[in-house]
Every structure is written in C-alpha cells, then in structure tokens.
Ligand binder design. Structure first.
Ligand SMILES: NC(=O)C1=CN([C@@H]2O[C@H](COP(=O)(O)OP(=O)(O)OC[C@H]3O[C@@H](n4cnc5c(N)ncnc54)[C@H](O)[C@@H]3O)[C@@H](O)[C@H]2O)C=CC1
Ligand SMILES: N[C@@H](CC=O)C(=O)O
Ligand code: NA
Length: 437
C-alpha cells in the first residue's frame, strides 16, 4: 500500500497590513479549509510585515505573526503577498523574494507601472510567478482576461473608469453637491484612496493602471510616464452642473489604443453622455471596455477599490500561484515583443465641449466659429444657455457651450488660444473632452 502523506503547507508571507492587508489576513484565515482544498495544500500564513508591531490592529490579525523584519520574512516564504504600496522598499523586497524562490502577488500598480519589467525579468529567471490582478480595477477580473483569455486575439482599445476614489468623488459632487475635498475625505475613510490621495485626484493611479493594461493588451512596454495625465482637481461644481445641463456626467477616463503612430494612453476627465453605460458607474465602482478584433466589445464591471474587494483579487492570485507550486507549471511571462512606439498625446483625437463667456452682441458667434473653421475643428453644436447655478450672470454676457466633432489636441489648443485672444471673449470657462458619444 502506498503511504498517504499530508501535502506540505505552502508558507505565505504578507507585506503590509493596512486596508487591503487586513482583509487578506481575514480571508486567508476564514477560508483556510476551502483554500487548501482548491490549492491541494494548506496555505500557512507565516508572518505579517508591518512598520510598527505594537500599533493597534484588527482582531482578525494574530499579533504573534507580526514582524518588523520584512527582509527576513520574505526569505522564509513560498508565496509573498505585497500590499504595502510605494516603490521602495516594496521593489527590493519583491526582488529578494523571487531571488529566494518565492512567487509573488502584488496590488502595487505604482511599482509595476514604474519598473514592472525588472520584477518580471527576475521572476522569469527564477522560474517563479508574478501575479497582480488587484493592481488594476480592484476586484474586477481584468488583468487575467487581457493577459490570458485575449492572448489569441488582437486588442485595439481599452477604455474605462480605473480609479474608484475619483469616481466616488465625482459621483458625490454630482449627486450630493459635495465639494472635492470633503468627498476625498469620505473616500479615504472608506478605504478607497491611496496613502497619499493626490495619486488618485491627480490621475497618477489611473495612469499607472492604464500603463499596465496597455502593456498587457498591446504586448509592449508602457510606463506611467508614457501616459498623458490630467486629474480631477480642476473640475468645478460649475462644470458638474453644466455637464448635467447638457445631458452628460463627468468621469475620469483612461483610454489606451493602438494608432498608426503607436500606443496612445491617456487619462483625463471627460463628459460622458448620461445614457452611456459608463455614466451609470457610481461610487467606487470601475468599468472597463475592451475592443478586440475577433471578440468585439467586452465590458468588465465591479468594485474597483476597498479592502475586501481588493483582497478577493489578491486571494485569487494566491490560489493560482499556489496551484503552480503544487502541480508544477508557471503563469505567463511578460509579453512585450511588439515594442510599439509611444504616440504623441497631441495627436489624440477626440471631441470637445468648450464653455465661454462672450459679449452678448451680434457677430460674436460668427467670429468664434471662424476661428474653429480656420484650424480645421468642425463644430457639432452651439448653444447659448442660462447659467444653471448662478442665475443669468451679469447683464450683457452670453454663456456659449460649443461642442466639436473629432479633432486633435493640437488643433483644439490652437483654437482655444485664438478664441482667448478675441476682444469679445471674456473667459474660456472650461474645455472638456467628450467621450462615448
Ligand atoms: N485600498 C484599495 O482600494 C486598493 C489598494 N491597492 C493597493 O494595495 C496596496 C495597499 O493599499 P492599502 O491597503 O489601501 O494601503 P494602506 O496604507 O492602508 O496599507 C499599507 C500598509 O503597509 C504598511 N507599510 C508601508 N510601508 C511598509 C514597510 N516598509 N514595512 C512594513 N509595512 C509597511 C503601512 O504602514 C500600511 O499599514 C497599495 O499598493 C495600493 O495601491 C490596490 C487596489 C485597491
Ligand atoms: N486608490 C485606488 C484603489 C484601487 O486601486 C482607487 O481609488 O481606485
Ligand atoms: Na482587478
């Protein structure tokens, strides 16, 4: 008779025990029997690296596991989960982990978009896995579908809402009239925001996620610095009110596409028609559309931020890398063979809505329209509307809302500069892109 031996437990180390880390511990503990059955071996949490082992913790975390020696911890693990964030010491610790033969799971989009290839290469050489589903759009399965399910197709475009905090903030501004700062504070309290919420508000977080998705989708390397980025700090209550007035909502969008010039990746606020599926994405939810030649259009939707949703994605990756250790095999290596150039953001083509205050007298509209025509930007619609929030505004001032057809950033910027130079124009109040129409 063949002796039956219990499968050897896989040693799991956790780096960071904040919003996400605490939920990872909870799921690892509460679901240990199911996880062992799914993996084919128990997962044993051998340590949790923290900055201060004496600080108060959620009761789900066994204090006996806490250590301030992260470097020592990664050397005694089969699987290292990194949810501490930031570039260093996260990068060095993950490199130490793979050098010591561990597979790694990380939620750290900032690191991957800054220097992912160093980690991918090291892991490949060591024959271990790097998984990072939680790094993009929280709980939504999007990394695995793009990296694996669509590996036989040709992806052309990835577009969506990739940051939960800014979506929550814009939603609160739109529906509850909250100011940006108050809404950001709420997002922090709910565990959606980055340690420094500037990363969310100024679009760095969405840009990092766009870089990761574009790299995977187009089999090339896109870094965060390659993504043209604009955050939501300049979006005003007036913009939000005007968006509603014209049948739109404002969303922070990430748009990655392959053009004749190469890969274009951009993050910016945009007006989305209120009937568009993206307009219905509320709170900290995210949504991603992927367009591929054979598959057509795919849509992914779910919770993009928060401790438990993010921990769900982390645990899914832990099960995958653990199965590889039990059964053999390894996940896909980095695919960057296409080596596409980065297209200039100035050539990105989109529609715009420009709001301006002009002298309310005959002939002004014709002057403005002439400047658009001279620069090849075609106007789709002009409306003169009463100011929605502040009454009718000062006498003798007309508020114009001009929507264009597709044009380049360069042509639009030149047009706006020329309009600002007209005597009859008092202010260009806002310039917003329009997407999804
Ligand atoms: N909160 C969310 O909704 C999501 C977060 N992420 C990512 O997950 C990671 C963690 O995020 P959160 O848990 O929200 O952040 P957090 O700030 O709540 O937790 C990070 C924890 O790591 C600890 N830490 C930082 N440096 C350390 C070091 N050198 N040694 C030991 N501990 C250290 C911090 O003290 C903190 O407790 C980040 O990379 C973030 O971008 C990804 C998706 C969603
Ligand atoms: N701060 C991020 C967290 C998830 O990635 C966000 O708000 O989306
Ligand atoms: Na995800």
């Amino acid at each position: 008779m063949v002796p039956v031996t219990a499968p050897t437990a896989l040693r799991v180390a956790l780096l960071g025990c904040g919003v996400v880390g605490t939920q990872v511990v909870r799921l690892l503990t509460e679901q240990s029997a199911d996880l062992a059955a799914r993996v084919g071996a128990p997962l044993e949490l051998v340590g949790v690296a923290v900055r201060d082992a004496s600080a108060p913790r959620d009761p789900a975390v066994d204090r006996a596991l806490l250590t301030e020696d992260a470097e020592g911890l990664v050397r005694r693990a089969d699987i290292v989960i990194e949810v501490m964030g930031g570039i260093e010491p996260a990068r060095s610790l993950l490199l130490s982990a793979v050098a010591a033969g561990a597979s790694v799971v990380t939620a750290n989009k900032a690191l991957l978009a800054e220097d992912g290839p160093t980690l991918y290469r090291a892991a490949d050489e060591a024959g271990v896995d790097v998984y990072y589903e939680a790094a993009v759009a929280g709980a939504i399965p999007i990394v695995r579908p793009v990296r694996e399910s669509l590996a036989g197709d040709r992806v052309r475009r990835v577009l969506g809402i990739l940051n939960g905090t800014t979506n929550y903030v814009l939603d609160q501004m739109t529906t509850n009239g909250l100011g940006l700062d108050d809404a950001v504070r709420q997002a922090q309290a709910l565990g959606y925001a980055e340690a420094d919420p500037t990363a969310d508000v100024e679009g760095f977080d969405a840009a990092a996620k766009a870089a990761i998705l574009a790299s995977l989708a187009f089999h090339t390397r896109v870094r965060i610095d390659d993504v043209s980025r604009e955050g939501i700090s300049s979006v005003t209550a007036d913009d939000v009110a005007w968006a509603a007035q014209t049948g739109h909502v404002i969303k922070l969008l990430a748009i990655c596409e392959v053009t004749d010039e190469g890969v274009s990746a951009r993050v910016h606020p945009a007006l989305v028609p209120s009937g568009h599926p993206l307009a219905t994405v509320r709170g900290a939810f995210n949504a991603v559309f992927v367009e591929a030649d054979a598959a057509g259009e795919l849509m992914f939707y779910g919770r993009g931020a928060g401790g438990a949703p993010t921990a769900s994605a982390v645990l899914g990756d832990v099960v995958s890398v653990a199965r590889h250790r039990v059964l053999g095999g390894k996940g896909p290596a980095e695919s960057h063979y296409a080596q596409l150039p980065i297209a200039s953001p100035q050539e990105a083509v989109t529609r715009y809505q420009i709001r301006l205050e002009v002298d309310d007298r005959p002939g002004v509209l014709a002057q403005v329209a002439q400047l658009f025509a001279e620069r090849g930007v075609s106007i789709e619609a002009v409306r003169q509307a009463p100011r929605p929030a502040a009454g009718d505004g000062p006498a003798g001032v007309a508020h114009l809302v001009i929507t264009t057809h597709d044009g380049t950033e360069t042509a639009l910027a030149a047009t706006v500069a020329a309009i600002e130079g007209l005597d009859a124009v008092q202010t260009v109040t806002s310039v917003l892109r329009v997407e999804g129409a």
